[in-house]
Structures are given as structure tokens and as C-alpha cells.
Design a protein around this ligand. Structure first.
Ligand SMILES: Nc1ncnc2c1ncn2[C@@H]1O[C@H](COP(=O)(O)OP(=O)(O)OP(=O)(O)O)[C@@H](O)[C@H]1O
Ligand SMILES: [Mg+2]
Length: 331
């Protein structure tokens, strides 16, 4: 098999405060290969964004990061800040969760879209401008020749998000990290963006890490899925493992809570209770307080290891629920 574009091993992120130490990412490992998509799913606060920020050397001030991250085989931790920034600029396109943080309000969008390419690919003047028009067209901005000179405030929220995606794709990255990139968009635009990413993968072999709440999207685009909870991976496998034979009660609960076509919203299952607070994680299984099938004392006091139950399918639970799986939705 090819070398992974990004691999993370035993990644941890913690913050210290007067309330104690919050381990918001704990012992996470996965890798993503050229042309592959890894989806990272989990409820709010489960550590999805922090994992990819730490993996690319962008964690916030005060974060203590541990573990090993390799980008194209090279250890990011062994690089200087300048080398890390250069590697990121050359090889990684990042769509952050909040698109406005990526846009400069006083610079025309066209300039912003190609700023990184100008630096890394040596694009100048008319070449940069035509590349910007091409990229805006690619992400579905109408009349890109005119729009290229507009400022962000002249765009709708959905169009701004497309601009941010164009920025991330500007220098044909080997790795695209998309953090809730299409969550704020309508379904039609979302479908167009997903198609765009797929065609990019086919054309360039781009590896994609796609962070989302939406399991429906996951089924359509992902090869592998990592399910996170309380900073840990609770289950990791192929899309067929996760949808066909989910092994963790949390994954099963997420699947049951997934919006289904034709089912009234008030009939949907929800997961009772709330995710754990990072500096007050339960001593045993992080999901124990909400687990519908929790077992004995062991689940409460001992953290289950992440165990391989089939090749490429890992589950962190003492309890192996029988589950017939659900039909994988058509993508
Ligand atoms: N700067 C910070 N200092 C302390 N704790 C932080 C900081 N930033 C984030 N956290 C905590 O880290 C945990 C994981 O946050 P993260 O943003 O990775 O969650 P997420 O899974 O991306 O959630 P969402 O789906 O809401 O985006 C949360 O409990 C959050 O409160
Ligand atoms: Mg997030």
C-alpha cells in the first residue's frame, strides 16, 4: 500500500487551568492515504477540530500536544516552525470550521484565493488572476470574471464558504482537511462541493480528512470513519464496518439518531444525556454514564482498550452488542 499522506500516532492535546487538566484529545491514531477519505464524526466537543489542528501544528496557545505526526512520511514535530508552515502551505488545504476566520475583509476574494499559490507556485499578475477565476468557477461561483474583484462582504454566507474551499484547493493540495466545510450550506451546494472534492481526488489523488456531524454525508464520501467521544476514538473502521456492523453502543446510538428520510423529526431517537466535560472525564469508559447497554463495575472503573475486532475495524468497548447493522444509504 502507498505511504500515508498524513499519519498520527498517540496524539494527545491537553489544557491546564484552575479547574484541572483537560485532556481534550487522548491517544488518537489514524492515517489517510492518497485518494482516500477519512471521516471524523462525533458530537460537539468530542475533540474533532482539536485533533486536526494539533496534527497540522495549529493548536491554540496553551495546548500541550503529545504524540507523533507525519506528513508525507516526515515528522512534523522534528521540524522548525518555519519548515512546518512551509510544509503545510505546500501540501495541505485547510477549510476551517468558521469560514470568516480565513477571509480578509479588505482584500478582493480573487487575491485571497490565490495568495497561497502565489507564494508556493510562483504565480504572478494575470496568471494569478486567471487561476482565481478558474477556482471560483470550479466551486460554482456564478460570473467568476466579475466576482473575482469583489470583497467578502459582497458575498452571501454560502458563497463565502465556497471561496474558502477554493482557497483550500488553490495549490492542488495532497491533503485536504475540511472541518464542517458544508454544514452551513444548503443541500444542493453541499452536493456540488462533495462532487468537486471527489473529482479532485480522482484527478490528483488528494487525501481528505472530512470532519462532520452528518453521518449521511459520511456514507457518501468516506472510505474510513473514526468515531470520537470525549477526546478518544471509540470506533474506527471502513464505512461498511461502521454502517454494516457497528461495534460500539455509541456508534449504534449515533446511527439510530441519524435523520432518516420519511421519518418525522419528533420520532427520531436522540442520545439521552450530555457528552462529558473534558476535565471531569469518568474514570472508566467515557460513554458509561449514557450507555444504554453498560455492563458491570468494570465499565465504570476501567477504560476499555481500542481493540481490533476485524482487520481494520477497532472498537473501544468491553461490551460487544449484537447488531445487524443498518442499510447503507445510497450515496
Ligand atoms: N483554547 C482552549 N482551551 C481549553 N479548552 C479548549 C480550547 N479549545 C477547545 N477546547 C476544548 O476542547 C474540547 C474539544 O474541542 P473541539 O473544538 O476539538 O471539539 P469538536 O469535536 O470540534 O466540536 P464541534 O463539533 O462543536 O466543533 C472541547 O471540550 C473544548 O471546549
Ligand atoms: Mg469542531
Amino acid at each position: 500500500m502507498s505511504e500515508p499522506v498524513l499519519s498520527i500516532e498517540n496524539l494527545s492535546v491537553s489544557f491546564s487551568s484552575r479547574r484541572g487538566v483537560a485532556r481534550v484529545v487522548d491517544g488518537v491514531d489514524w492515517e489517510v492515504h492518497p485518494g482516500q477519505t477519512l471521516a471524523v464524526v462525533g458530537e460537539s466537543g468530542s475533540g474533532k477540530s482539536m485533533t486536526v489542528l494539533a496534527a497540522t501544528g495549529l493548536s491554540p496557545r496553551g495546548a500541550k500536544v503529545g504524540g507523533t505526526v507525519r506528513l508525507r512520511g516526515e515528522d512534523l514535530g522534528a521540524m522548525s516552525e518555519v519548515e512546518r508552515r512551509r510544509a503545510r502551505g505546500r501540501h495541505v488545504g485547510f477549510v476551517y470550521q468558521d469560514p470568516m476566520t480565513s477571509l480578509n475583509p479588505v482584500m478582493p476574494v480573487g487575491r485571497q484565493v490565490t495568495e497561497a499559490s502565489e507564494e508556493h507556485l510562483g504565480l504572478r499578475g494575470d496568471d494569478a488572476r486567471s487561476r482565481a477565476v478558474e477556482l471560483l468557477d470550479m466551486v460554482g461561483i456564478p460570473s467568476p470574471e466579475q466576482r473575482v474583484d469583489n470583497y467578502p462582504h459582497q458575498f452571501s454566507g454560502g458563497m463565502r464558504q465556497r471561496v474558502v474551499i477554493a482557497m483550500a484547493l488553490a495549490n492542488d493540495p495532497e491533503l485536504l482537511i475540511a472541518d464542517e466545510a458544508t454544514t452551513a450550506l444548503d443541500v444542493t451546494t453541499q452536493a456540488q462541493i462533495l462532487e468537486l472534492v471527489e473529482s479532485l481526488q480522482e484527478r490528483l489523488g488528494t487525501a481528505v480528512v472530512w470532519i462532520t456531524h452528518d453521518l449521511g454525508v459520511v456514507a457518501g464520501i468516506a472510505d474510513q470513519v473514526a468515531v470520537m467521544y470525549g477526546g478518544r476514538i471509540l470506533e474506527h473502521g471502513t464505512v461498511d464496518h461502521i454502517f454494516g456492523s457497528p461495534g460500539h453502543p455509541y456508534t449504534q446510538a449515533l446511527l439510530a439518531a441519524r435523520p432518516q428520510p420519511g421519518v418525522r423529526a419528533d420520532r427520531l431517537a436522540t442520545i439521552p444525556g450530555a457528552p462529558p466535560v473534558p476535565h471531569q472525564l469518568p474514570p472508566g469508559c467515557a460513554f458509561y454514564p449514557r450507555c444504554p447497554v453498560r455492563g458491570d463495575e468494570r465499565c465504570r472503573t476501567e477504560e476499555p482498550p481500542l481493540t481490533e475486532i476485524a482487520p481494520g475495524h477497532r472498537v473501544r468497548t468491553f461490551y460487544r452488542a449484537p447488531h445487524s447493522g443498518i442499510e447503507r444509504p445510497a450515496s
